[in-house]
Design a protein around this ligand. Structure first.
Ligand code: FES
Ligand SMILES: [Fe+2]
Length: 334
Protein backbone atom coordinates (compact mmCIF):
# COMPACT_ATOMS: atom_id res chain seq x y z
CA UNK A 1 0.00 0.00 0.00
CA UNK A 2 1.48 3.34 -1.05
CA UNK A 3 1.94 5.93 1.69
CA UNK A 4 2.21 9.45 0.26
CA UNK A 5 2.84 10.83 3.76
CA UNK A 6 5.83 8.54 4.43
CA UNK A 7 8.50 10.65 6.10
CA UNK A 8 11.27 9.14 3.96
CA UNK A 9 9.64 10.21 0.68
CA UNK A 10 12.50 12.59 -0.22
CA UNK A 11 14.89 9.62 -0.04
CA UNK A 12 13.56 8.41 -3.40
CA UNK A 13 15.97 10.82 -5.10
CA UNK A 14 18.89 8.52 -4.11
CA UNK A 15 19.89 5.23 -5.73
CA UNK A 16 18.72 2.18 -3.74
CA UNK A 17 19.70 -1.47 -4.42
CA UNK A 18 16.19 -2.86 -4.29
CA UNK A 19 16.43 -6.42 -5.58
CA UNK A 20 18.59 -8.97 -7.32
CA UNK A 21 18.82 -8.39 -11.06
CA UNK A 22 17.95 -12.04 -11.75
CA UNK A 23 14.73 -11.76 -9.72
CA UNK A 24 13.14 -9.60 -12.38
CA UNK A 25 11.56 -11.17 -15.46
CA UNK A 26 8.47 -10.57 -17.55
CA UNK A 27 6.18 -11.34 -14.62
CA UNK A 28 5.49 -7.95 -12.96
CA UNK A 29 6.39 -7.74 -9.27
CA UNK A 30 5.62 -5.10 -6.69
CA UNK A 31 7.98 -3.47 -4.23
CA UNK A 32 7.75 -0.56 -1.83
CA UNK A 33 10.41 2.09 -1.23
CA UNK A 34 10.12 5.27 0.85
CA UNK A 35 6.36 4.65 1.04
CA UNK A 36 6.01 4.51 -2.77
CA UNK A 37 4.38 1.41 -4.29
CA UNK A 38 6.27 0.37 -7.43
CA UNK A 39 5.69 -2.23 -10.13
CA UNK A 40 8.76 -3.68 -11.84
CA UNK A 41 9.03 -5.87 -14.92
CA UNK A 42 11.16 -6.59 -17.97
CA UNK A 43 9.88 -5.95 -21.44
CA UNK A 44 10.19 -8.61 -24.16
CA UNK A 45 13.59 -7.14 -25.13
CA UNK A 46 14.81 -7.51 -21.50
CA UNK A 47 14.69 -3.84 -20.53
CA UNK A 48 13.95 -3.42 -16.81
CA UNK A 49 11.12 -0.99 -16.08
CA UNK A 50 9.78 0.51 -12.83
CA UNK A 51 6.51 2.47 -12.70
CA UNK A 52 4.19 3.71 -10.00
CA UNK A 53 2.12 0.65 -9.16
CA UNK A 54 -1.42 2.00 -9.27
CA UNK A 55 -3.17 2.31 -12.62
CA UNK A 56 -4.37 5.91 -13.12
CA UNK A 57 -7.67 4.72 -14.61
CA UNK A 58 -9.51 2.84 -11.83
CA UNK A 59 -6.63 2.08 -9.47
CA UNK A 60 -5.92 -1.56 -10.35
CA UNK A 61 -2.49 -2.78 -9.28
CA UNK A 62 -0.30 -2.92 -12.37
CA UNK A 63 1.45 -5.91 -10.77
CA UNK A 64 -1.62 -7.88 -11.91
CA UNK A 65 -0.91 -6.85 -15.53
CA UNK A 66 0.90 -8.67 -18.31
CA UNK A 67 3.88 -7.75 -20.45
CA UNK A 68 3.15 -7.70 -24.16
CA UNK A 69 6.14 -6.76 -26.26
CA UNK A 70 7.59 -3.52 -24.89
CA UNK A 71 4.49 -2.60 -22.90
CA UNK A 72 2.68 -3.59 -19.72
CA UNK A 73 -1.06 -4.13 -20.14
CA UNK A 74 -3.31 -3.38 -17.16
CA UNK A 75 -5.35 -6.44 -16.18
CA UNK A 76 -8.58 -4.47 -15.65
CA UNK A 77 -9.34 -2.56 -18.87
CA UNK A 78 -6.23 -3.09 -20.95
CA UNK A 79 -4.62 0.35 -20.86
CA UNK A 80 -0.99 0.07 -21.91
CA UNK A 81 2.19 1.45 -20.33
CA UNK A 82 5.57 1.72 -22.03
CA UNK A 83 9.01 1.78 -20.38
CA UNK A 84 8.94 5.59 -20.06
CA UNK A 85 5.49 5.47 -18.43
CA UNK A 86 3.60 6.73 -21.46
CA UNK A 87 0.03 5.45 -21.26
CA UNK A 88 -2.15 4.47 -24.23
CA UNK A 89 -5.85 3.96 -23.78
CA UNK A 90 -7.50 2.19 -26.75
CA UNK A 91 -10.66 4.33 -26.41
CA UNK A 92 -8.81 7.67 -26.09
CA UNK A 93 -5.95 7.45 -28.64
CA UNK A 94 -5.32 11.20 -28.50
CA UNK A 95 -5.02 11.38 -24.69
CA UNK A 96 -1.54 12.18 -23.37
CA UNK A 97 -1.21 10.37 -20.11
CA UNK A 98 1.97 9.80 -18.16
CA UNK A 99 2.51 7.25 -15.38
CA UNK A 100 5.41 8.24 -13.06
CA UNK A 101 8.45 6.15 -14.05
CA UNK A 102 11.61 5.48 -12.02
CA UNK A 103 15.21 5.27 -13.17
CA UNK A 104 16.83 1.84 -13.00
CA UNK A 105 20.43 0.64 -13.26
CA UNK A 106 21.92 -2.85 -13.10
CA UNK A 107 25.23 -3.19 -11.22
CA UNK A 108 26.83 -5.64 -8.76
CA UNK A 109 24.10 -8.14 -9.68
CA UNK A 110 21.47 -5.76 -8.29
CA UNK A 111 18.74 -3.52 -9.66
CA UNK A 112 19.10 0.04 -8.40
CA UNK A 113 16.19 2.45 -8.40
CA UNK A 114 15.69 6.18 -7.91
CA UNK A 115 13.13 8.81 -8.76
CA UNK A 116 14.33 11.46 -11.20
CA UNK A 117 13.91 14.96 -9.80
CA UNK A 118 12.12 17.82 -11.63
CA UNK A 119 14.57 20.03 -13.52
CA UNK A 120 17.44 17.63 -12.97
CA UNK A 121 20.09 17.77 -15.69
CA UNK A 122 22.64 15.30 -14.28
CA UNK A 123 21.82 11.85 -12.90
CA UNK A 124 23.83 11.13 -9.73
CA UNK A 125 26.36 8.30 -9.87
CA UNK A 126 25.70 4.99 -8.15
CA UNK A 127 27.30 4.60 -4.69
CA UNK A 128 30.86 3.36 -4.85
CA UNK A 129 32.92 1.21 -2.48
CA UNK A 130 36.25 -0.63 -2.61
CA UNK A 131 35.75 -4.26 -3.69
CA UNK A 132 38.49 -5.26 -6.13
CA UNK A 133 40.92 -6.47 -3.41
CA UNK A 134 38.52 -9.15 -2.13
CA UNK A 135 36.24 -11.82 -3.63
CA UNK A 136 32.47 -11.24 -3.72
CA UNK A 137 30.71 -13.74 -1.44
CA UNK A 138 27.13 -12.88 -2.34
CA UNK A 139 24.22 -10.70 -1.34
CA UNK A 140 21.60 -11.11 1.38
CA UNK A 141 18.27 -9.34 1.90
CA UNK A 142 16.53 -8.82 5.24
CA UNK A 143 13.38 -6.95 6.19
CA UNK A 144 13.50 -5.25 9.57
CA UNK A 145 10.21 -4.29 11.29
CA UNK A 146 11.64 -0.97 12.48
CA UNK A 147 12.16 2.54 11.03
CA UNK A 148 15.35 3.50 9.20
CA UNK A 149 16.88 5.38 12.15
CA UNK A 150 16.38 2.57 14.67
CA UNK A 151 17.71 0.02 12.20
CA UNK A 152 20.81 2.11 11.53
CA UNK A 153 21.23 2.59 15.30
CA UNK A 154 21.51 -1.16 15.74
CA UNK A 155 24.08 -1.56 12.99
CA UNK A 156 26.29 1.31 14.12
CA UNK A 157 27.03 0.23 17.67
CA UNK A 158 28.80 -2.91 18.85
CA UNK A 159 27.64 -3.02 22.47
CA UNK A 160 24.91 -5.50 21.48
CA UNK A 161 27.34 -7.91 19.77
CA UNK A 162 28.20 -9.39 23.18
CA UNK A 163 24.59 -10.21 24.01
CA UNK A 164 22.79 -10.69 20.69
CA UNK A 165 25.37 -12.31 18.43
CA UNK A 166 26.85 -15.79 18.23
CA UNK A 167 29.95 -15.37 16.08
CA UNK A 168 30.95 -11.82 15.16
CA UNK A 169 31.23 -9.84 18.35
CA UNK A 170 33.17 -8.76 21.40
CA UNK A 171 33.68 -10.68 24.66
CA UNK A 172 32.62 -7.68 26.71
CA UNK A 173 31.74 -4.07 25.82
CA UNK A 174 33.92 -2.94 28.75
CA UNK A 175 36.99 -4.26 26.88
CA UNK A 176 36.26 -2.52 23.58
CA UNK A 177 38.38 0.44 22.53
CA UNK A 178 36.04 2.81 20.74
CA UNK A 179 36.88 5.78 18.55
CA UNK A 180 34.61 8.04 16.55
CA UNK A 181 35.49 10.47 13.78
CA UNK A 182 32.95 12.83 12.27
CA UNK A 183 32.90 14.29 8.80
CA UNK A 184 30.19 16.47 7.25
CA UNK A 185 28.96 13.61 5.05
CA UNK A 186 30.13 10.56 7.00
CA UNK A 187 30.55 9.05 10.44
CA UNK A 188 33.50 6.71 11.10
CA UNK A 189 33.75 4.30 14.01
CA UNK A 190 36.63 2.09 15.12
CA UNK A 191 36.05 -0.75 17.61
CA UNK A 192 38.68 -3.18 18.81
CA UNK A 193 38.68 -5.79 21.58
CA UNK A 194 38.84 -9.51 22.39
CA UNK A 195 36.70 -11.73 20.16
CA UNK A 196 33.82 -13.39 21.99
CA UNK A 197 33.88 -17.19 22.28
CA UNK A 198 31.87 -18.84 19.55
CA UNK A 199 30.90 -22.36 18.43
CA UNK A 200 34.06 -24.43 17.70
CA UNK A 201 32.56 -25.47 14.38
CA UNK A 202 33.68 -22.13 12.96
CA UNK A 203 37.30 -22.42 14.17
CA UNK A 204 38.26 -24.80 11.39
CA UNK A 205 36.71 -22.68 8.68
CA UNK A 206 37.84 -19.21 9.63
CA UNK A 207 40.71 -20.00 12.05
CA UNK A 208 39.68 -17.42 14.62
CA UNK A 209 40.04 -18.15 18.33
CA UNK A 210 38.54 -16.47 21.38
CA UNK A 211 41.94 -15.04 22.33
CA UNK A 212 42.19 -13.21 18.99
CA UNK A 213 41.56 -9.51 18.82
CA UNK A 214 38.60 -8.47 16.72
CA UNK A 215 38.42 -5.09 15.02
CA UNK A 216 35.14 -3.94 13.53
CA UNK A 217 35.55 -0.56 11.82
CA UNK A 218 33.04 1.15 9.63
CA UNK A 219 32.15 4.23 7.68
CA UNK A 220 28.55 5.33 7.24
CA UNK A 221 27.51 7.65 4.42
CA UNK A 222 24.00 8.89 3.78
CA UNK A 223 23.16 9.34 0.11
CA UNK A 224 21.67 6.65 0.47
CA UNK A 225 22.33 5.35 4.01
CA UNK A 226 25.19 2.89 3.59
CA UNK A 227 27.66 1.40 6.06
CA UNK A 228 30.86 -0.33 4.92
CA UNK A 229 32.33 -2.56 7.64
CA UNK A 230 35.89 -3.85 7.72
CA UNK A 231 36.12 -6.83 10.06
CA UNK A 232 39.58 -8.19 10.81
CA UNK A 233 41.16 -10.37 13.47
CA UNK A 234 44.67 -10.29 14.96
CA UNK A 235 46.57 -12.96 16.89
CA UNK A 236 49.33 -11.06 18.65
CA UNK A 237 50.86 -8.91 15.92
CA UNK A 238 49.68 -11.21 13.16
CA UNK A 239 46.72 -10.33 11.00
CA UNK A 240 44.56 -13.43 10.41
CA UNK A 241 43.94 -14.37 6.82
CA UNK A 242 40.17 -14.40 7.14
CA UNK A 243 38.48 -11.02 7.07
CA UNK A 244 35.18 -9.64 5.91
CA UNK A 245 33.98 -6.50 4.19
CA UNK A 246 30.26 -6.04 4.70
CA UNK A 247 28.54 -3.41 2.57
CA UNK A 248 25.11 -2.73 4.01
CA UNK A 249 22.45 -0.51 2.46
CA UNK A 250 19.51 0.65 4.58
CA UNK A 251 16.36 1.10 2.46
CA UNK A 252 13.29 2.59 4.15
CA UNK A 253 10.29 0.64 2.89
CA UNK A 254 7.77 2.52 4.99
CA UNK A 255 7.75 4.59 8.20
CA UNK A 256 8.09 1.37 10.22
CA UNK A 257 9.96 -1.06 7.99
CA UNK A 258 13.49 -1.13 6.56
CA UNK A 259 15.17 -3.40 4.01
CA UNK A 260 18.81 -4.39 4.41
CA UNK A 261 20.62 -5.17 1.19
CA UNK A 262 24.01 -6.58 2.20
CA UNK A 263 26.95 -7.37 -0.09
CA UNK A 264 29.68 -9.53 1.34
CA UNK A 265 33.37 -9.70 0.37
CA UNK A 266 36.14 -11.94 1.69
CA UNK A 267 39.60 -13.21 0.71
CA UNK A 268 39.92 -16.37 -1.36
CA UNK A 269 40.36 -19.01 1.35
CA UNK A 270 39.96 -22.14 -0.81
CA UNK A 271 41.47 -22.85 -4.24
CA UNK A 272 39.62 -22.63 -7.55
CA UNK A 273 35.88 -23.29 -7.61
CA UNK A 274 35.96 -24.60 -4.00
CA UNK A 275 35.88 -20.98 -2.93
CA UNK A 276 32.65 -20.33 -4.83
CA UNK A 277 31.06 -23.68 -3.89
CA UNK A 278 31.93 -23.83 -0.19
CA UNK A 279 33.77 -20.86 1.34
CA UNK A 280 31.55 -18.06 -0.01
CA UNK A 281 28.23 -19.84 0.77
CA UNK A 282 29.41 -20.67 4.34
CA UNK A 283 30.51 -17.05 4.96
CA UNK A 284 27.22 -15.84 3.50
CA UNK A 285 25.25 -18.28 5.65
CA UNK A 286 27.02 -17.20 8.86
CA UNK A 287 26.51 -13.52 8.01
CA UNK A 288 22.82 -14.03 7.18
CA UNK A 289 22.42 -15.98 10.44
CA UNK A 290 23.96 -13.12 12.42
CA UNK A 291 21.83 -10.54 10.62
CA UNK A 292 18.72 -12.57 11.45
CA UNK A 293 19.67 -12.21 15.12
CA UNK A 294 19.71 -8.42 14.63
CA UNK A 295 16.30 -8.57 12.93
CA UNK A 296 14.88 -10.66 15.79
CA UNK A 297 16.22 -8.18 18.34
CA UNK A 298 14.80 -5.18 16.46
CA UNK A 299 11.42 -6.93 16.22
CA UNK A 300 11.29 -6.81 20.04
CA UNK A 301 11.63 -3.02 20.30
CA UNK A 302 8.84 -1.72 22.52
CA UNK A 303 8.97 1.80 21.07
CA UNK A 304 9.40 2.56 17.37
CA UNK A 305 9.66 6.32 17.81
CA UNK A 306 12.96 7.30 16.19
CA UNK A 307 13.43 10.34 18.48
CA UNK A 308 16.44 9.97 20.75
CA UNK A 309 15.23 12.45 23.36
CA UNK A 310 13.38 9.88 25.50
CA UNK A 311 16.29 7.40 25.49
CA UNK A 312 19.09 7.03 28.02
CA UNK A 313 22.17 6.71 25.86
CA UNK A 314 25.47 5.01 26.69
CA UNK A 315 29.04 5.50 25.41
CA UNK A 316 28.46 3.36 22.30
CA UNK A 317 25.50 5.51 21.28
CA UNK A 318 27.31 8.78 20.56
CA UNK A 319 27.25 8.11 16.85
CA UNK A 320 23.46 7.68 16.84
CA UNK A 321 22.76 11.38 17.19
CA UNK A 322 25.36 12.20 14.52
CA UNK A 323 23.77 9.69 12.14
CA UNK A 324 20.36 11.26 12.75
CA UNK A 325 21.65 14.71 11.81
CA UNK A 326 23.17 13.44 8.59
CA UNK A 327 20.05 11.48 7.61
CA UNK A 328 18.12 14.72 7.99
CA UNK A 329 20.67 16.90 6.18
CA UNK A 330 21.80 14.56 3.39
CA UNK A 331 19.26 11.82 2.82
CA UNK A 332 16.00 13.64 3.42
CA UNK A 333 17.00 16.93 1.79
CA UNK A 334 14.75 18.21 -0.97
S1 FES B 1 -7.81 0.13 -13.98
FE1 FES B 1 -6.16 -0.09 -15.32
S2 FES B 1 -7.03 0.02 -17.25
FE2 FES B 1 -8.68 0.33 -15.89
FE1 LIG C 1 24.23 -6.81 15.23
Amino acid sequence: MADAACRYRAGLQHWHPLLRSTELGRQPIRRQLCGEAIVLFRTASGQPVALQEVCPHRRMSLAAGQVRGEQLVCAYHGWRFDAAGQVSCPLMPAAELQQPAFQLREAHGLLWLRQPQPGETVTPALPHWACRDLEPAGVTFHTVPAPLELTLDNFTETEHTTTIHQVFGFRSPAEVELRLELEPAATKVWNSGPQKPFPRLFDAFIDIRPRDRFANDWVTTFEPPLTVYEQIWRRGDQLRRFRLRVVMFFLPISDTSTQLTTLLYMPRVLPGPLHRWFAAPIARWITAYELNLDVKALAQLADLNPQLSAKTLGPFDKVLLENRRRIQALYLKH
